[in-house]
Design a protein around this ligand. Structure first.
Ligand code: GLY
Length: 401
């Protein structure tokens, strides 16, 4: 009996050693096909194409076109097209993209970079659709109206209305704004007009100078005086405290400077992304599975929420950073993040989660919004990271742009 047990065990070990390693990208794509198809069907079930953002109390939450997250679902579907080559995804990505048509003229907040670049930018890159380039240039023009030359920055939020109007700010700039610069760099590439790139570079340089603490964590908000360019204060909006390190802010920081290096070749941007990586991976509050708590300095750690969106954004940035530096640690960390996000701890079972892929993200705890839910941008950056991982493993550059 004992012999039989041992031989069964030995056989199991040999079988496990010989089994092909699960292809994590393929497995995720197969899962995403099921989840996102149901989300596409739900979003197109009414008279108009609706934009899904999250899933709350058993219902998919849809957002208007001027919400900062309105471009991510379109982008997610474009990435599905890139991952599968299946025209189904391109067809629905195009529908989700073109509902955003009027957003090219939006001037009342800075997130037009996310909204238009994730949707029209990916559509242009993958399908070269007529008119998409013009939308991107118009959007860059709209974003440029928010440039405040004395401070050398793009104003992120208007300071005279909504909850922002209660904070006494004049020209609030958030680290997230780094993510809107790619739109400007592309507009210069398309038009030859350097104005857009100059604005992006000025913003990146001022942010590098003014947003960081000595340990290279970043403040969420820096408020400038647009008349004098002086700094009026540094604080948070979505983090635990003014002096804490809000996780997604750190994610935007590493991602934003990596992208600026891609477009400019300026090594100071690459170096900034690298020191942010050091900050993240030497942080004693970074959990073992590398899916950050919502704020690195939340005193309730470990009894508080994770933010899967931060992990997805950081993983995607790390793959690009690995491509530039060939520092294997970056790929190892990104792979670990993808492995964690692909596990049942974060990846929803098929047919659940409203059709979103990932669970356990956090929108804004101080505002009491979207806490421990799926978020469309977590899925977007997760698929983006899978594409980059796949490219690297095929010996290609991580990013097609
Ligand atoms: N850009 C807003 C956020 O990251 O929540």
């Amino acid at each position: 009996m004992k012999f039989k047990f041992l031989s069964t065990l030995a056989l199991a070990v040999i079988a496990a050693q010989c089994a092909p390693e699960t292809d994590i990208i393929k497995d995720n794509v197969e899962n995403a096909k099921v989840q996102l198809k149901s989300l596409v069907e739900a979003s197109e079930a009414g008279d108009t194409v609706r934009i899904p953002s999250t899933f709350k109390d058993g219902e998919i939450v849809y957002v208007p076109t001027d919400d900062w997250v309105s471009g991510f679902f379109a982008g997610t579907l474009w990435y599905m097209y890139e991952l599968t080559g299946d025209e189904y995804w391109a067809e629905h990505a195009r529908k989700q993209t073109e509902v955003l048509d009027t957003i090219q003229y939006l001037k009342w907040h800075h997130d037009i970079g996310f909204m238009i670049y994730d949707s029209y930018g990916n559509g242009l890159r993958l399908k070269n659709i007529d008119g998409y380039k013009d939308v991107i240039v118009n959007a860059a023009k709209s974003l440029s109206t928010r440039f405040r030359p004395r401070a050398g920055v793009i104003q992120s939020w208007d300071a005279d209305k909504g909850w922002q109007g209660t904070r006494g700010w004049k020209c609030p700039v958030i680290i997230d704004n780094m993510m809107n610069l790619e739109l400007l760099m592309k507009a210069t590439e398309f038009t030859g007009d350097s104005t857009y790139a100059k604005i992006a570079i000025s913003h990146a340089d001022q942010t590098m100078k003014n947003h960081y603490r000595p340990d290279y964590s970043t403040y969420h908000v820096v408020d400038y005086d647009p008349e004098t360019g002086e700094i009026r204060g540094r604080c948070t909006a979505q983090g635990y405290a003014d002096e804490s390190a809000w996780a997604r802010g750190q994610a935007w920081s590493i991602y934003g400077y990596t992208v600026m290096f891609r477009y400019t070749g300026d090594r100071k941007y690459l170096e900034r992304a690298e020191v942010v990586a050091d900050y993240l991976f030497n942080n004693p509050n970074m959990p073992e599975d590398l899916v950050p708590y919502w704020d690195f300095d939340c005193p309730d750690i470990p009894d508080t929420y994770r933010d899967a969106s931060s992990a997805a954004i950081i993983a995607s940035a790390l793959y690009e950073l690995y491509g530039f530096t060939e520092i294997s640690l970056y790929k190892e960390k990104a792979d670990k993040m993808i492995e964690s996000l692909s596990s049942s701890a974060y990846r929803a079972a098929q047919g659940t989660n409203g059709g979103f892929i990932l669970m356990h993200s956090v929108g804004s705890i101080p505002h009491g919004s979207s806490i421990d839910v799926p978020l469309n941008y977590a899925d977007y950056y997760f698929l983006e990271a899978l594409i980059r991982k796949g490219n690297i493993e095929k010996g290609l550059a991580p990013v097609n742009y």
